[in-house]
Design a binder for this molecule. Sequence first.
Ligand SMILES: Nc1ncnc2c1ncn2[C@@H]1O[C@H](COP(=O)(O)OP(=O)(O)OP(=O)(O)O)[C@@H](O)[C@H]1O
Ligand SMILES: [Mg+2]
Length: 218
Amino acid sequence: MRIIAIANQKGGVGKTTVTMNLAAVAHEAGSRVLVVDVDPQASAEFWATQAEQGAGIPFDLTTSTDPAQLASMRDLPYDVILVDTPGSLEAEDVLTTVLQNADFVILPTEPTPLALGPVVRTVRQVIAPSGVDYRVLLNKVDPRTPADASDAAGLLDQTGLKRFRAFIRTYKVHTLAPLEGKVVTQYPHDQRTLRAVEDFRKVNSELLTQFANEKVAS
Ligand SMILES: Nc1ncnc2c1ncn2[C@@H]1O[C@H](COP(=O)(O)OP(=O)(O)OP(=O)(O)O)[C@@H](O)[C@H]1O
Ligand SMILES: [Mg+2]
């Protein structure tokens, strides 16, 4: 069982989007998945509520106002727990508590020079001191200009932050999904949706490789 926190003190960078769609592909790959929403904004919960009008989301989701409860969730019958955290500097206490119970952190960020400052700060001030391993994930990469991702990756590498090789492109399906109460694996697989799903599958397989390597090392 792995508890993975999705975090970035900057708002609107895709934490909830990454949480829900990564949960979808992990479920698709056969993992037993729980999403825990510890964000008072409760965007993930809203998403799941929207889904109740349709097919529902294909994995379990719960909200927790007390992130310390995560410690007791470790014994639940899941392979992975994804924790969606709030995006603000004031929420640092919540993030710190989540990190005490997390095995890994994913930090989504937009691939622009101005967005990288906040992610570097989050890693240096909160993630690194916690000692929990992490990777930055470039999100909202324009599919028409994939070079943006390489540019942002280059800048990130200069800061010494660790990152996923995979990145998530901007697709309308991601913008529509919360209101429609669906995750990316539930849309008809036209070409664009397939690319959107593929992005998340790549992130999931990088994660699995990472965890497998850790096991060998330990
Ligand atoms: N890859 C993407 N393609 C298209 N739209 C995206 C993508 N990622 C995020 N978005 C959109 O950007 C907005 C912010 O995303 P999201 O809510 O996931 O960010 P967040 O970090 O969870 O925000 P908050 O800090 O408020 O919790 C949403 O409208 C979402 O649909
Ligand atoms: Mg959110």
